[in-house]
Design a protein around this ligand. Structure first.
Ligand code: PBG
Ligand code: ZN
Length: 324
């Protein structure tokens, strides 16, 4: 007698019954770029199908997000003017703050995530304030905390620090609590690698560093144990959820973080991952739906509880249609 796992693949009904990985639209978060100004609705050339909005046009996409059953949106801001310290990151009338107010009022059931970083707001494009040519970690903490509090005040349910400064989760937690925002969650980009796959994002957010790179604060792709240390520290400082980023090349990291921590784990399918699928699909080299579904399934199989992805709206539809 031979063992026959193939029997479990015989019919669609059997395959459905025994699947080990299931996805739901509620695990998806959709990243959105908000520009200061009015009437903005422009495509990001390196990310076909992704638009920049202004606070007044933003509700258009929220309608689709709601309809798709996607849990929420992660907001990135593009200021009209940048400066040395990124002061538009905590402006009451900043792009993200305005969008949060409009969005939260009209779509209170959606979860609003604010990306907290300075790189979109600084003239030099680094994620913190500079001391000479390097980022001043400790001076940056106070500014990140200010940005987080201003987003929470504007309606963010969750703040997501993506800067990779040491101690920022603790600084943000302390500042939120002091401002009476004990219920605001922190979704930390705990494990963020210095990656080539952020290329299209830097065009989308106009945030490429003016000199140098981010290897002084983002992680080395060669390191896994260091990722666990980052997670441990962020959780100890009060992170409610942690993220691994990018997604696809880091499945082993997602798995390790899942096993070694007790908080929900997010995986961010970043701009370059999206652009690769889009570019290949446009040439007919891969099938966009099948490729995007496979990636999403594999991220969840690896251990992701939440997926942040530019394909969120399509994935939600494909899940409903039974494609994954
Ligand atoms: C900013 C930030 C980046 C991304 C999210 N937050 C870019 C970077 O660190 O250079 C990347 C997202 C993407 O590529 O989709 N700190
Ligand atoms: Zn940054």
């Amino acid at each position: 007698m031979i063992s026959r796992p193939r029997r479990l693949r015989r019919t669609a009904a059997i395959r459905d019954m025994v699947r080990e990985t299931r996805l739901s639209p509620s695990m998806l978060v959709y990243p959105v770029f908000i520009r200061e100004g009015r009437n903005v609705f422009e495509e990001i050339s390196a990310m076909p199908g992704q638009m920049r909005y202004s606070p007044d046009t933003f509700p258009r996409i929220l309608e689709q997000v709601t309809e798709a059953g996607v849990s929420g949106v992660l907001l990135f801001g593009l200021p009209e003017h940048k400066d040395e310290i990124g002061s538009r990151a905590w402006a009451e009338d900043g792009a993200v703050q305005q969008a949060l107010r409009v969005g939260k009022e009209r779509f209170p059931e959606l979860i609003f995530f604010g990306d907290v970083c300075l790189c979109e707001y600084t003239s030099h494009g680094h994620c913190g304030v500079l001391k000479g040519e390097t980022v001043d970690n400790d001076r940056t903490l106070e500014l990140l905390a200010r940005a987080a509090v201003s987003q929470a005040a504007a309606g963010a349910d969750v703040v997501a620090p993506s800067d990779m400064m040491d101690g920022r989760v603790g600084a943000i937690r302390t500042a939120l609590d002091a401002a009476g925002m004990e219920d605001t969650l922190i979704f930390s980009y705990a494990v963020k690698y210095a990656s080539a796959f952020y290329g299209p994002f830097r065009e989308a957010a106009d945030s490429a560093p003016a000199f140098g790179d981010r290897r002084g604060y983002q992680m080395d792709p060669r390191n896994l144990r260091e990722a666990l240390r980052e997670v441990q520290l962020d959780v100890a400082e009060g992170a409610d959820m942690v993220m691994v980023k990018p997604g696809l090349p880091y499945l082993d990291v997602i798995r390790a973080v899942k096993e070694k921590s007790c908080v929900p784990v997010g995986a961010y399918s970043v701009s370059g991952e999206y652009a690769m699928i889009k570019a290949a699909a446009a040439r007919g080299w891969v099938d966009e739906c099948r490729a995007a579904c496979e990636v999403a399934v594999c991220l969840v199989r690896a251990g992701a509880d939440v997926l942040i992805t530019y394909h969120a709206l399509e994935l939600a539809r494909w899940i409903r249609e039974g494609m994954l």
